[in-house]
Design a protein around this ligand. Structure first.
Ligand code: NAD
Ligand code: IPM
Ligand code: MN
Length: 360
């Protein structure tokens, strides 16, 4: 396969973690005989500093002309006082919307070697295997009217039947090929938007008779998620609930730095870790690159349809974790690494698994 991949490193630890993921994709290309042309572009604070715009036209054009987009993270204290349109985060939100990415997949699995990495008891987190499906291009993030003054501010939470249907379908379809369980998270006891959400999800349920559907209120689900996470399989949420709950779920996995995501629904997918620019550790070779490397695996699977290649990356990550390697955020990792040396180990794993596969 000969494709262009847009790489948007962004801010803070973004460039450090994307460098490791790109190197892993390079090892995949070499091992499997593909040609990936990586093309970098500016986004976020880096783009604001260089051009005044957190999503320059050239970046959007590159993304549209690529087979997939790999992104690090955006934001940081340097831009926190900028007006909304010149904040790094608004560049990312515009990119998601411009590419039509309405579904954000955030898998959360607990690796057996990391059962002690969570502050929760091992018997609670053991065996957790969740797939969050977060609505990504609607809700409070984009709702109008919105306004701000120092005395009063407004945000709006709109959803249409069409917007709920398309993301809910994706969640049902994922549940059907996983463990056939779907929990839809809402606040239907208070919010009209959530009442519609629940109605639309219920209307779809008969189309997927093999999937057991359950509804949960977001407040009690936030508790259930960290007290009995094994009870759940696919979790469907609106935009803001999914943002919050997926960071909470990172506690199950052992670190925010481990979790990847895939944003789908348009013609080009966007793949990024769920964490932010981590300004507190940026530039120190301390960030965990695994969330971004696993995002690169999702890029291979969902963006390019390369399943064996995705699996090679995931097994290299699993092997490295199994052997007790990790960055400082992983409690109890027996072998301490920086961003670069952990990335290099994973890359080696990809190379040797390809070599073994070729011998058979
Ligand atoms: P954050 O996710 O950047 O960091 C939260 C905590 O997790 C920090 O202690 C950080 O050191 C740690 N952490 C995050 N990623 C890590 C990694 N790979 N390895 C090890 N530790 C890691 O959240 P925040 O501090 O609330 O936000 C910082 C900036 O990032 C803000 O400007 C925010 O808007 C932005 N942000 C961007 C994205 C994105 O680009 N998708 C996501 C979340 C936050
Ligand atoms: C995420 C981030 C973003 C979001 C911010 C930076 C706009 O928190 O990707 O989870 O809220 O979607
Ligand atoms: Mn978030």
């Amino acid at each position: 396969m000969d494709v262009r991949i847009a790489v948007l490193p962004g801010d803070g630890v973004g460039p450090e973690v994307t460098a490791e993921a790109v190197a892993c994709l390079g090892a995949v290309a070499e091992g499997f005989g593909h040609r990936f042309e990586f093309q970098e572009a500016l986004i976020g604070g880096a783009a604001v500093d260089a051009t005044g715009d957190p999503l320059p036209e050239a970046t959007l054009a590159l993304c549209r002309a690529s087979a997939a987009v790999l992104l690090g993270a955006v934001g940081g204290p340097a831009w926190d006082r900028h007006p909304r349109n010149q904040r790094p985060e608004s560049g990312l939100l515009r990119l998601r919307q411009a590419l039509g990415l309405y579904a954000n997949l955030r898998p959360v699995a607990v690796h057996p070697a990391l059962e002690d990495a969570s502050p929760l008891k091992p018997e609670i987190v053991r065996g957790t295997d969740l797939m969050f499906v977060r609505e990504l291009s609607g809700g409070l993030y984009f709702g109008e009217p919105r306004s701000y003054s120092d005395e009063a501010a407004v945000n709006t939470l709109p959803y249409t039947r069409m917007e709920i249907t398309r993301v809910a379908k994706m969640a049902f379809e994922l549940a059907a090929v996983r463990r056939q369980r779907l929990v839809s998270v809402d606040k239907a006891n208070v919010l009209e938007t959530s009442r519609l959400w629940r109605k639309v999800v219920d209307d779809l349920a008969p189309t997927y008779p093999q999937v057991t559907l359950q509804h949960a209120y977001v407040d009690s689900f936030a508790m259930a998620l960290i007290t009995r996470p094994r009870d759940f399989d696919v979790v469907l949420t609106e935009n803001l609930f999914g943002d919050i709950l997926s960071d909470e779920a990172a506690v199950l996995a052992g670190s925010l730095g481990l979790l990847p995501s895939a944003s789908l629904g348009g013609s080009v997918g966007l793949f990024e870790p769920i964490h932010g620019s981590a300004p507190d550790i940026a530039g120190q070779d301390r960030a965990n690159p695994i969330g971004t490397i696993l995002s690169a695996a999702m890029l291979l699977r969902h963006g390019l349809g390369l399943e064996a290649e995705a699996a090679a990356v995931e097994s290299a990550v699993n092997a490295v974790l199994h052997a007790g390697h990790g960055t400082g955020d992983l409690q109890g990792a027996r072998h301490a690494h920086g961003t670069r040396s952990l990335g290099a180990l994973i890359r080696e794993g990809i190379r040797s698994s390809v070599a073994v596969a070729l011998r058979h």
